[in-house]
Write a protein that binds this ligand. Structure first.
Ligand code: GTP
Ligand code: MG
Length: 134
C-alpha cells in the first residue's frame, strides 16, 4: 500500500450481496496500520440485512479503533456521514467487486460517472465493473 499523499483508507464492504467477509477487511486494515495510514470502514447495503447485524459489525470495528459508517448507497441513507469523513481527505477506496464503491462514489460526487453494474446472479459476486482509477 502506497502511503504517499494518502490521508486515509476507506474499506468498503457490503452487509450482504456479496456477504460480509471480515478476513478481507481485516487484511486491508492491518496493511493500512502497517503503512501508518488512518483507516475507516464503510458497511454498505445495510438495507439487505438486519439493523442489529450492521450495528454489531460496526461496533466491533469501532472497539478496535476503526470508525465505521453504515450506508445504503442506493437510497443515500448514511451518505452525509461518509461525505463528512471524506471531505478534503485524499482517500483510497478499496473493496471487493460488487460491494457498491461506484454507487457510493456517484452519490458523493454527482457526475463522477463511474460504471456501476449488477452483481453476478450466478456467482453472487461482482463483475469487476470498474477497472479504471482516478
Ligand atoms: N441493495 C443495495 N444495492 C446496492 C447498494 N449500493 C450498491 N448497490 C448495487 O450493487 C451493485 C454493484 O454496485 P457497484 O457500485 O457497481 O459496485 P462496485 O464496488 O463499484 O463493483 P466493481 O466496480 O465491480 O468493483 C449495483 O447493482 C448497485 O446498484 C446498496 O446500498 N443497497
Ligand atoms: Mg465499480
Amino acid at each position: 500500500m502506497v502511503a504517499a499523499n494518502l490521508d486515509q483508507v476507506v474499506v468498503v464492504a457490503a452487509l450482504a450481496d456479496p456477504p460480509f467477509r471480515p478476513g478481507f477487511v481485516d487484511r486491508v486494515l492491518s496493511q493500512a496500520e502497517h503503512a501508518g495510514i488512518p483507516a475507516r470502514l464503510v458497511l454498505n447495503k445495510v438495507d439487505l440485512g438486519e439493523a442489529s447485524e450492521a450495528e454489531s459489525i460496526l461496533k466491533d470495528y469501532a472497539h478496535a479503533g476503526y470508525p465505521g459508517h453504515g450506508l445504503n448507497a442506493r437510497s443515500g441513507d448514511g451518505l452525509e456521514s461518509v461525505r463528512h469523513a471524506c471531505q478534503a481527505r485524499r482517500s483510497l477506496l478499496i473493496g471487493h467487486s460488487g460491494v457498491g464503491k461506484s454507487t457510493m462514489l456517484n452519490a458523493l460526487i454527482p457526475g463522477a460517472d463511474q460504471l456501476a453494474g449488477e452483481v453476478n446472479t450466478k456467482t453472487g459476486r461482482g463483475k469487476h465493473t470498474t477497472t479504471a482509477r482516478s
